[in-house]
Design a binder for this molecule. Sequence first.
Ligand code: DGL
Length: 261
Amino acid sequence: MKIAFFDSGLGGLSVLHHARRVLPHEQFVFYADETHVPYGTKTRAEVESFVAEAFEFLLKQDVKAIVVACNTATSVAVPAMRARYDLPIIGMEPAAKKALALDPVHRVLVTATPITVAGEKMEHLIERVDHEHLVDRLALPELVTFAENMVFDGPEVEAYLRKALAPYQLEDYSALVLGCTHFNYFKPAFRRILPESVRFIDGNEGTVAQLIRKLKERGELAGEEQEQTVEYFYSGERVTEEKELERIEMCNRQLDKVYEL
Ligand code: DGL
């Protein structure tokens, strides 16, 4: 059986990228909802129905787990999907807890989409982990559009980030949390703006670790005789066009480049 990775678009490839390194024998299905991306600036009701549609499709693909490689979709729809379906559903939330565990003294800047930043799930997370009021939140919706257009860096990206980050005393921060999977592509641009002392924190490793735990519990990890495969879907359509497969490869090359940053 396969493991599905689902995102509104191509951001979720960053989580799959890590999963492919640590799970060399699994068969993956990657679903990008390219018809509806971006999610982060839509209404919660719209996102809810997009996620339900994607799940219906994925459940027909012989999957043993679904990773919602999207903080926005997790924030809106994962509880409802868990109530509806009886398979492991792994969600993502901005890794503010991890950032504060690494440095409980300095400030933490959580970047995400407007839906994630303003959502109830984020409020609960802050209540739970941010006892010293160190966490600030910043929505960066344009990064999703840049990523979908394969613009990972350059003057426009840099100008957007410089403007968005200008109100913050960046020396006071220990971490920038990448709370949207699309933001991983922009580490080089962020790096030029952030002081050396600010580290990146993302939820990719934690999410894949949770996936592995769940599959182990059920005795469902693939055996060593199986070879890794990846199938790509855009909103329920198998991606076969050379141009689109090359677009996905461009993302993967950028992810190779930023992996250690
Ligand atoms: N990649 C998604 C996330 O992690 C959302 C991007 C969007 O569609 O707005 O939140």
